[in-house]
Design a protein around this ligand. Sequence first.
Ligand SMILES: Nc1ncnc2c1ncn2[C@@H]1O[C@H](COP(=O)(O)OP(=O)(O)OP(=O)(O)O)[C@@H](O)[C@H]1O
Length: 350
Amino acid sequence: MMSENEVIKTETDRQTPKYTSACLIFNPIAGRGNNETDLELIKSILEPELQLDIQFTSEEVSPTQLAREALERGAKLVIASGGDGTISAAADALINSNIPLAVIPRGTANAFAASMGIPANIEAACQVILEGVTRVISTARCNGKPMLLLAGIGLEAETIAKADRAAKNRLGIFAYILSAINQLKDLKSFDTRFEREDEVISFSAVGVTVANVAPPTSILAQGPASLVPDDEFLDVTIFAPVSVLNAIAASYHLLKSAFSGTPTERNDIGYLRVKRALINTDPPQKVVVDGEVIGTTPVFVEAIPKSLIVMIPQSQAEAPVEKLEGLPDLTIEPKENNNLSNSDSEYPES
Ligand SMILES: Nc1ncnc2c1ncn2[C@@H]1O[C@H](COP(=O)(O)OP(=O)(O)OP(=O)(O)O)[C@@H](O)[C@H]1O
């Protein structure tokens, strides 16, 4: 997928890249902050190190178009600053390219930044960019739209659809919480036909979430409790409580699952993993992808393994992937060569 010519660092190759320029894609209406002071702050931190080509999103000009044009101009780094909608749309142009995406979160939920450990604070997010550590993550597409986080069918989509711009400006993240409470009061289940490679699964639910990554606060994605950002699977959570009280208990249970890392055991919550799936519902349900309502069911979702280079904090890159220290009678001996095949071992070939 990616060529060798770029200053890409992966988990196994972490020299400091020497970016000298970047395209900054800036959504001037995202979140509730003052976009002029936000931009001045970003420039004051980044411009001493990077020549910034600043591009503003508008209702007519999408972050995808701006990111594509930046690649055509030869950008080596694209920085997206806005909410999840802006980040995801900018990423659309960078999937399967060798150009990294950096994020300065300024939205309402900032779920992608939270999932990647990118700080919500502008100064700290800019420092992550100057550190220049990257990680290759998987992405997905839902009905052709880029999906870094998740597709929500039913409950989640209704919740997000009803938290409009005016409410988000007035209430910030509480706009989503109030909307979720209102939705829970008006639970409506729907019949779902879930088709994956080898089977068709049918069930009734109030929400179906297909997630690539999600922060713990994306409760309806937490069935399996831990989501791996760079594997080849999407994690599906089926949320099927039959009463308001059950829905509140199930939501609380999912939140606890997320924070404890223990998968759910309730009968009204299911979870499974897919590489791709075709999901249809009766009646049709709203679908939200990365915070933006994209239409209604049916949807086709497909994982795109290891397809996006993202700038992340050093601390996230250094999360240990192996741990042996402390095991009883532990010895580790270097080998003379690094070959390992079945025929070298004492075990017969199977
Ligand atoms: N200049 C602009 N004027 C009006 N709307 C804009 C402009 N630039 C982008 N948009 C709209 O902003 C939306 C994306 O907002 P984004 O997700 O980045 O922020 P948010 O809604 O505050 O955050 P969150 O997704 O976390 O709630 C898109 O619907 C896009 O059309």
